[in-house]
Write a protein that binds this ligand. Structure first.
Ligand code: PLP
Length: 421
C-alpha cells in the first residue's frame, strides 16, 4: 500500500471495514474469526455496544481535556474504579497512551522513588519499542537490531520456561540463583531500582511465571528494597481469568502497568502504585499531552462495567478450559505440539520437532496460513523462535466460536503434517 511506512510487519493483507464481537468484516464482505483481538486488546469484542455508547457520549462533551490544564470527571472516576480492582495498596494512578509509555514511565517512577538507577528484566521479556522499553525487551533481536545504542542500566535475569532442560522446579531454582548472582555480579542492590516482569510473558511465548518463582523474586525485592513492577499490559484486564494475573499467585506488586484490554481498543494506559511511592515522583518530572484523555477514561470505565457483569470472568475460565482441552487432544495425535499452557484465554500451543526437540516455527507459520486461508481464522505466533501459537480471542468468545477455531486448528495441524513421522 502506498504512502505507508513498510516498517509495519503485516500479519495479513486484509482490509477491514467493521468489527463486531469476535468477527471482522473485510471490504469484499468476507468475515474472519479474530483470535488476535488486535494483539490482546479487544477483550470485550469489537465495538461492544456499551463501550461504543460511552465513547459517543463522551465525544459530544469533550474530546481533549488536557490534564495539566484542568481536571475532568473521568480521571477521578477511573482512578477510584481501578483502586477497587487492583491488588491491595495500589490506589494511585497515572495515565498514558500506550504500553511502552507506561512501562517506561513505571521505571522512571521506580528510579525517583528509590534514588537508584538500574532495572532488571527477564529473558523473553517484551516491554515496548521506545528506546528504554526496547532496551528492556529481550524476546527477539529484531526489535532491537539497528537501534543501538540503547539506554544502559538494564540487566537481564533468566526466566524458567515451560519447556527446557531439567524439571520445572530445577529451572525455577536455577533462575532464582541467576537473579541473585546478577545482584552480586552486575547490578548491586543499592543500584537497582526495580525488577520488572510480565506475570505471563506475552511476546516471549505465553509463558506463565511459576508461583514459586514470583514469590522468590518478591523475597529478593523485599530484602533489598527493590521495587517489583508487574507489566500486565498483555496479561491484565481479565485475559487470564482474573482482573490481574498477579491475583492468582497472591503477589502484590509495588507498581502495576496496564494497557491493551483496559479500554477495548481506545488508546489509554495506566501506571498504578501506592500513594507513598507515587508521592515520591516529583511534580512535573513526568507527564504527556494526551494521557488521561476523557474518551479514553470513558472507554475504560465502560470496559470495566462490561467485565464486572455477572458471568464475564466465568466465560473466560470456561472457554480457556475448552481451548486447552481441545488443543491437548490435537497434541495427542500430533506430537509436534509439545506443550499446551496458559491461564484463562492467554493460551499457548508450542511446536517442536518430536524427534530432536528443536523449535518448529515453520510449522506454526504453515498452520497460521492454513487457518487464515482455509477457515477465515486469524491467529498470531509468539516466542523467540516463532514456534508458539498464541490464542488470545476476545474474552466474550462463545462456546460455538471456540469449537469452530479448534476444528480449524485441528485441520490445519493435520494438513501441514508433512514433517511428522
Ligand atoms: C507486556 C507488554 N508490555 C508492553 C507492551 C508495549 O505496548 P504498546 O505496543 O502499547 O506500546 C506490550 C505490547 O505488546 C506488551 O505485551
Amino acid at each position: 500500500m502506498s504512502h505507508l511506512a513498510p516498517v509495519w510487519f503485516k500479519l495479513t493483507d486484509l482490509e477491514v471495514v467493521s468489527g463486531e464481537g469476535c468477527w471482522v468484516t473485510t471490504t469484499s464482505g468476507d468475515r474472519y474469526l479474530d483470535f488476535t483481538s488486535g494483539i490482546a486488546v479487544t477483550s470485550t469484542g469489537h465495538c461492544h455496544p456499551t463501550v461504543v455508547a460511552a465513547i459517543q457520549e463522551q465525544a459530544a462533551k469533550f474530546i481533549h481535556a488536557q490534564v495539566n490544564c484542568y481536571t475532568h470527571t473521568g480521571l477521578g472516576k477511573l482512578g477510584a474504579t481501578l483502586a477497587e480492582l487492583t491488588p491491595e495498596g495500589i490506589d494511585t494512578f497515572f495515565f498514558a497512551n500506550s504500553g511502552a509509555e507506561a512501562t517506561e514511565g513505571a521505571v522512571k517512577l521506580a528510579k525517583q522513588a528509590t534514588g537508584r538507577q538500574n532495572v532488571i528484566v527477564f529473558a523473553g521479556s517484551f516491554h515496548g519499542r521506545t528506546h528504554l522499553a526496547m532496551a528492556m525487551t529481550t524476546s527477539k533481536t529484531s526489535y532491537r537490531a539497528g537501534h543501538s545504542p540503547l539506554p544502559s542500566g538494564v540487566f537481564v535475569a533468566p526466566f524458567p520456561t515451560s519447556v527446557g532442560l531439567g524439571t520445572q522446579e530445577e529451572r525455577i531454582d536455577q533462575c532464582l540463583w541467576g537473579l541473585k548472582h546478577l545482584l552480586l555480579s552486575q547490578t548491586a542492590p543499592a543500584e537497582t531500582a526495580a525488577i520488572i516482569l510480565e506475570p505471563v510473558l506475552g511476546e516471549g511465548g505465553y509463558e506463565p511465571a511459576p508461583k514459586r518463582f514470583l514469590e522468590g523474586i518478591m523475597e529478593i525485592c523485599r530484602e533489598h528494597g527493590i521495587l517489583f513492577i508487574a507489566d500486565e499490559v498483555q496479561c491484565g484486564f481479565g485475559r487470564t481469568g482474573s482482573f490481574f494475573a498477579v491475583e492468582q499467585s497472591g503477589i502484590i506488586p509495588d507498581i502495576l502497568v496496564m494497557a491493551k484490554g483496559i479500554a477495548s481498543g481506545f488508546p489509554i494506559s495506566a501506571i498504578g502504585s501506592t500513594s507513598e511511592i507515587m508521592a515520591k515522583w516529583p511534580t512535573g518530572s513526568h507527564g504527556g499531552t494526551y494521557g488521561g484523555n476523557p474518551i479514553g477514561c470513558a472507554a475504560a470505565l465502560a470496559t470495566i462495567d462490561v467485565m464486572r457483569a455477572p458471568g464475564f470472568m466465568e466465560n473466560v475460565v470456561a472457554r480457556g478450559e475448552q481451548l486447552r482441552a481441545g488443543l491437548s487432544k490435537i497434541a495427542v495425535e500430533h506430537p509436534v505440539i509439545c506443550d499446551v499452557r496458559g491461564p484463562g484465554l492467554m493460551v499457548a500451543a508450542e511446536f517442536r520437532d518430536p524427534e530432536n526437540g528443536s523449535p518448529d516455527g515453520a510449522r506454526v507459520a504453515a498452520v497460521l496460513a492454513h487457518c487464515r486461508d482455509e477457515a477465515n481464522l486469524l491467529l498470531m505466533n509468539a516466542g523467540t523462535y516463532g514456534n508458539v501459537i498464541r490464542f488470545m480471542p476476545p474474552l466474550v468468545v462463545t462456546e460455538a466460536e471456540m469449537e469452530m477455531a479448534l476444528t480449524a486448528v485441528g485441520k490445519a495441524v493435520a494438513a501441514t503434517a508433512f514433517s511428522e513421522s
